[in-house]
Design a protein around this ligand. Structure first.
Ligand code: FEO
Length: 387
């Protein structure tokens, strides 16, 4: 378990979680990493730690460079336990290490670990001289928790961005010029859609706050480090945080006896005939976190369910709960589905999507089984309103 050099005296010493497949409900098919960084100067600083079960891996990497007992500062950019989970054990090894964190970081770390640690609390604009180098701090609350901050290292021009710009991606390669860039961007998009999306306004503020920094490298707390494709990922973050979408329609549904699926296909035909790309997403075969990745850049979000026991199907309800929490803005929505004797599901879906602030097209309900003529009418009607 070797460290990887970012620049002279700066090392990646994190842990690789090859087997991770679920991160609080988000499907992480490619695993993840928890990135910790070691900076050697007259004082030694460790930026963040790792999830508790990868502590020994982190320690082994640190030990290849220095005696971990000599760490002077633990910079905690974020309290969430995938980054703070190694602090308790590290403090046993390096008891004199001071913890540098934000005001909410101090509160959060005390609430998580209930330890009488020495804290040095920092705010935006504060600095910490560690020798020739000086660390600069900027608070980035709600990207992803209230405690988040980033650390900037001038001279080396590295932004340690914590959750921002991260990806759940386990890999031995550490840099964006060593791994297929399309996969890194895909995972960064999924990460944004499932973790960062509700905090897009705060992301825009954070992007403005760090725009004065001369950045040559962005070292996030998950996945690959950016040194070649900085403009690409910053451009994507600007687009995603501004809720800019593509002319694309998602048709997301579950079906009981096939009627709702027939309506879904009729709706899809309408978009295709207007040259709008579609993606059909049956909730039985697609995970909600993958659907959220699609929603991040889709203008139209159509959601369908038949009525079951006076409700929508549970798969659709679970998806809508997840969607509501992640709060995408400025989408055009459509509720559709079939029913037998109680037309409930479509009304419920319509209400929820309206509650999300979507601009809703007129909902579509069909009693039992749609006829061929009925399906053609649905296609014509949708074509009429999206033209
Ligand atoms: Fe990677 Fe919000 O923790």
């Amino acid at each position: 378990m070797l460290p990887i050099k970012l620049k002279s005296h700066i090392y990646w010493v994190g842990g690789i979680d090859w087997g991770l497949r679920n991160f609080h409900g988000y499907l992480t098919q490619r695993g993840s990493t928890y990135n910790a960084y070691l900076i050697l100067d007259e004082k030694i600083a460790l930026l963040d730690t790792v999830k508790y079960y990868l502590f020994d891996e982190m320690l082994e990497r640190v030990s290849h460079v220095i005696d971990p007992a000599k760490i002077d500062y633990i910079i905690s950019n974020h309290v969430e336990m995938d980054h703070s989970g190694g602090i308790v054990k590290l403090k046993e090894i390096a008891p004199k290490a001071a913890i540098i964190t934000s005001p909410n970081g101090e509160k959060g770390l005390k609430a998580h670990y209930n330890k009488n640690w020495e804290f040095k609390v920092v705010k935006t604009g504060d600095t910490l001289k560690i020798g020739k180098r000086t660390l600069h701090f900027a608070l980035t609350p709600m990207v992803h928790w209230p405690d988040n901050m980033v650390t900037y290292l001038p001279g080396d021009n590295i932004l340690f961005s914590n959750d921002a710009f991260g990806q759940h991606l386990a890999s031995s390669e550490r840099f964006d010029d060593q791994y297929p860039i399309n996969i890194i961007i895909e995972e960064a998009k999924k990460y944004y859609a499932n973790i960062v999306l509700p905090y897009s306004k705060q992301v825009q503020k954070a992007l403005a706050d760090v725009s004065n920094f001369n950045i040559e490298m962005i070292a996030p707390s998950h996945g690959i480090i950016w040194r070649e494709h900085l403009a690409d990922i910053i451009g994507h973050y600007q687009k995603w945080s501004a809720n800019q979408t593509d002319d694309k329609a998602l048709i997301i549904y579950d079906t009981m006896w096939g009627s709702t699926e027939k309506i879904a296909v009729a709706i899809g035909r309408a978009f295709e005939s207007e040259d709008i790309k579609i993606t059909m997403l049956n909730l039985r075969h697609n995970h909600i976190s993958d659907i959220m990745t699609e929603i991040l850049t889709a203008k139209y979000v159509c959601v369908g369910s038949p009525t079951l026991n006076s409700n929508m199907l549970p798969t659709v309800a679970a998806f809508l709960t997840y969607l509501k929490g992640l709060a995408p803005q400025d989408r055009i929505g459509l509720a559709f589905g079939s029913y037998g004797w109680a037309n409930r599901s479509v009304v419920q879906i319509d209400e929820i999507l309206r509650g999300c602030g979507f601009n809703m097209l007129e909902k579509i309900s069909v009693n039992y089984i749609p006829t061929e003529t009925g399906l053609q009418e649905i296609t014509s009607r949708i074509k009429g309103v999206i033209r």
